[in-house]
Structures are given as C-alpha cells and as structure tokens.
Design a protein around this ligand. Structure first.
Ligand SMILES: C[S@@+](CC[C@H](N)C(=O)[O-])C[C@H]1O[C@@H](n2cnc3c(N)ncnc32)[C@H](O)[C@@H]1O
Length: 285
C-alpha cells in the first residue's frame, strides 16, 4: 500500500485510507500508530515529517493501518492500555480497561481511607488486573486477591503486576467464588461481564474484538449480579463492602435485587463522570 517512506506522505495516505474505510478519527488513529512505531509523542511527529521510515517500519505501519481499517481497537494493535495513569499490557484475551471503571477504584480507595479495617480486598473477574493493581499502587491494603476464570487472562494480569512493580497481590483461578474456600474479605470489588445476548447484537463493531467471556452474561445480563449477591455473603466480613460496576441500563433492577435481600444495607448507586448510574455500593449486615 505504501510505496514511499516519507512520514508526511504516510500520514496523509493512511488518514485517507482509514477515512475511506469509515473510521471517524482517521487522522488521530494514523498519528497514534505512527508515533507508537517511532516511540515518540504524537506532537513530535510534526518535527519529523520530512524524515523517512525504514522498510521494517513501513511494513509494520501498513499492517497496523490495515488492522485498524478492520475496526480493531488501537489498544489491541499496540498491546498496551492506560488506566488510572498506569500502563497495562493487553491482548485479545483480555478486556480493555475502561475509563468508567476508574470510579470503582476511586470509590474503594475512599472507603479504605475512612475505615481502617479494610485490609483485605478481593477483585473478582480481574481481567488485565487493572483494578487490583491500581489499588495496590494507590492504597494501603495488607492483602489484595485477584481472581478470574481464565488462565490466559491471569497470565496477562501477572505480567501487569511486574510492569507496575507491585507485590502484594495473590491470584486465584476461580469460577466466581468456587475456589475461594472460606476466604473472607473486607471489600469485594468487581466489574463482571454484564452484556445480555440482545445487547451484544447492538454493540459497536470494535467491541466484537473483545472476548465474549468478558462481556456476555446469561439471564439477560444479570447472571453475575445474582451469583455475587448470593455468594459474596460467605466471603465478606461483618459490615464489609461490596462494589459492583453496573450495566447502566439495568441499574434499578440490580439495586432492587439487593434491596429485597435482608442481608444487605446502605444500598447506594453512584453515577459516573457522564452522569450514568455506574456503581452499586452496599454493605453486608
Ligand atoms: C468485564 S471484564 C472486567 C475485567 C477488569 N476487571 C476490568 O474492569 O477491566 C470481566 C472479566 O470476568 C472474567 N470472567 C468471566 N466469567 C467468569 C467467571 N465465571 N468467574 C470469574 N471470572 C469470570 C473474564 O475473563 C473477564 O476477565
């Protein structure tokens, strides 16, 4: 596709190509991918516009642009994502950390600040480990446990532990709570799969690159909320906190489920930065 390695030329042609393929941010995408290859900041491209890429760099750029034209998320192409200001390695086995989920981390940190008993935390359905690792970086917890059902995902989470230089996280392979035995926690936090089959059919094309295991939940998207509500009781200390990221379309249904259960108190929904109901925060009695 590219018969010339001049950076200014490559940026123009790739932008046109992505635009032709319907990518709304074609200029931005081209610049991000090229600056990633050159390992420079995006604004620095301006200063190297007259330079040439090597043949190896041209061929990498071409491959990346073709992948992007097929709607593959930039984060998967670059195998790296940002969350809470930290870097996380990702690949197509792993759910891409989302900005909305940062509120979950902020909320856990706030709870931990006001209650000195919050020493043991469980991050259920950890994925890239972004929640557990951010808590380890920013909080002061004695124990952090992170679990996921998928071994490939846990491998990436362990790599992210190393990249981020943290040490106090235990990983458990577990189908929800099945391998937690009698372990007890002061806080359980989770961003579980919550997309129903019906909702999945309307998702943006890019989301289809993400693992179905991380997105889809049976029972009209409520399976994990129901399981966690019933099974977290055994694993939370008295007055312990449970924080769940919500499917914003079902926040009231999920809240009502917890209201109808006498074991829970202080049931609250927190809105995210765009005003959508995003977190359910409850305590056990
Ligand atoms: C929405 S992703 C969340 C990942 C990460 N916590 C985040 O917020 O970016 C859900 C995760 O749940 C995991 N998962 C799916 N089914 C599970 C199950 N039955 N038990 C435990 N984890 C499960 C998936 O592998 C995926 O990593």
């Amino acid at each position: 596709m590219f018969n010339n390695g001049n950076i200014g030329f490559l940026l123009k042609v790739s932008e046109k190509f992505l635009n032709f393929n319907g990518l709304p941010e074609s200029k931005l995408d081209s610049e991000i991918l090229l600056s990633f290859i050159l390992q420079i900041k995006r604004f620095e491209l301006y200063f190297v516009r007259n330079f040439n890429l090597t043949n190896e760099q041209i061929s990498r750029f071409e491959k990346y642009i073709i992948r992007r034209s097929n709607r593959e998320p930039l984060v998967y192409i670059m195998e790296s994502s940002g969350f809470m200001g930290f870097e996380f390695k990702v690949n197509r086995n792993v759910f891409i950390p989302r900005f909305e989920t940062e509120l979950l981390v902020d909320t856990v940190l706030k709870i931990a600040k006001t209650n000195k008993n919050n020493n043991a935390v469980l991050d259920l359905c950890t994925g890239s480990g972004c929640i557990a690792i951010s808590l380890a970086k920013l909080g002061n917890f004695k124990n952090i446990t992170a679990s996921d059902i998928n071994n490939n995902v846990l491998e990436i989470a362990k790599k992210n532990v190393k990249i981020n230089n943290v040490s106090n996280i235990n990983f458990i392979k577990s189908d929800i709570f099945s391998n937690m035995h009698d372990d007890k926690f002061d806080i359980i936090v989770s961003n579980p799969p919550y997309v129903s089959k019906f909702e999945y059919s309307f998702l943006d094309y890019e989301l289809r690159y993400e693992p179905k295991l991380a997105l889809l939940a049976q029972d009209n998207g409520l399976f994990f909320y129901k399981e966690i509500k019933n099974k977290a009781l055994k694993h939370l200390n008295k007055n312990g906190s449970l924080l769940l990221e919500l499917n914003a379309n079902k926040s009231n249904i999920i809240k009502n489920m917890f209201m109808a259960d006498d074991n829970y108190k202080n049931i609250e929904i927190l809105n995210d930065y765009s005003g959508l109901p995003r977190i359910l925060k409850v305590n056990v009695k």
